[in-house]
Design a protein around this ligand. Structure first.
Ligand SMILES: C[S@@+](CC[C@H](N)C(=O)[O-])C[C@H]1O[C@@H](n2cnc3c(N)ncnc32)[C@H](O)[C@@H]1O
Length: 249
């Protein structure tokens, strides 16, 4: 029997749903990108954020810890990996993947698998590390380096489809889903260990204490406000999050 890879979310996904709930504005963007489909495979589905209502959804997720956090009335789920999707060709109208590609062992293989099982379209909510601009990286350049290393090749993925759109997803100032960019207008949140626990970069980058201490000092002294205070008047911000909407055929 082939040994299954270890699902890192069995370790870092504990308590995920405490801080990670779908943001309704991001959910609207994802729903709009899916269009009028009636069946969806959600790959790297986690606890089920961004799964559309009103159509048949199946979730695919490798981590038992994450599967256990799915609500009782959530879509049916299968344990498995993007790189070897356990469904036949053309099984679903659409394939969806939200904030998961950067964790895949082989992103290219996973995307090919999504294209194989989707009849109409593939929708990916991710980030483009080349266009990311975020004040937090001034304090934690190691996070930027990690994102450049594991961030999806957005143009390369888009070029795999007969046609594709790459749409910016501006992040609202009060984003409900506590991913890395969510707290851009609430800088003190990044010092909160509960917030940190729900963001994978904090688990994957060990070298962060100095940067966080500097952020704490700058918030106290007013230097943060002096440097970035104009952001406090903004309601949403483009931090490099993107929806890739690929038409299969
Ligand atoms: C940040 S969570 C996102 C979960 C969910 N899509 C959401 O938006 O809340 C990343 C998910 O990707 C899953 N994952 C990691 N590697 C994967 C792989 N190779 N194939 C499929 N899913 C994977 C993790 O187990 C985890 O549930």
């Amino acid at each position: 029997m082939t040994k299954q890879p270890h699902a890192i979310y069995d370790d870092i996904g504990i308590g995920y749903t405490t801080r990670r709930q779908p943001d309704p504005r991001v959910a609207n963007a994802v729903r709009g990108a899916l269009g009028n489909v009636s069946s969806v495979l959600n790959v790297g589905a986690g606890a089920g954020s961004y799964e559309p209502q009103g159509c048949n959804v199946v979730a695919l997720e490798p981590s038992l810890e994450m599967l256990q956090q799915r609500a009782e009335d959530a879509a049916p789920a299968v344990q498995g990996w993007a790189e070897s999707i356990p469904f036949a060709d053309d099984s679903f109208d659409a394939c969806l993947a939200c904030l998961t590609l950067h964790h895949w062992r082989d992103q290219r293989a996973g995307v090919e698998e999504m294209i194989r099982v989707a009849r109409e379209r593939v929708v990916i909510f991710t980030f483009d590390a080349r266009v990311q601009s975020f004040w937090l990286y001034d304090y934690l350049p190691e996070f930027a380096a990690l994102d450049r290393k594991i961030g999806p090749d957005v143009d390369g993925i888009a070029s795999r489809f007969s046609s594709a759109e790459v749409l910016p997803v501006p992040i609202p100032h009060n984003c409900v889903d506590g991913f890395l960019g969510a707290y851009w207008r609430r800088p003190g949140a990044y010092l909160d260990t509960a917030v940190q626990a729900a963001i994978s970069s904090f688990s994957l980058v060990k070298d962060r204490e100095q940067g966080l201490a500097r952020l704490g000092d700058d918030l106290k002294s007013g230097l943060w406000r002096l440097r970035y205070g104009e952001l406090l008047d903004r309601r949403e911000l483009d931090l490099g999050y993107r929806l890739i909407v690929g038409v299969c055929r």
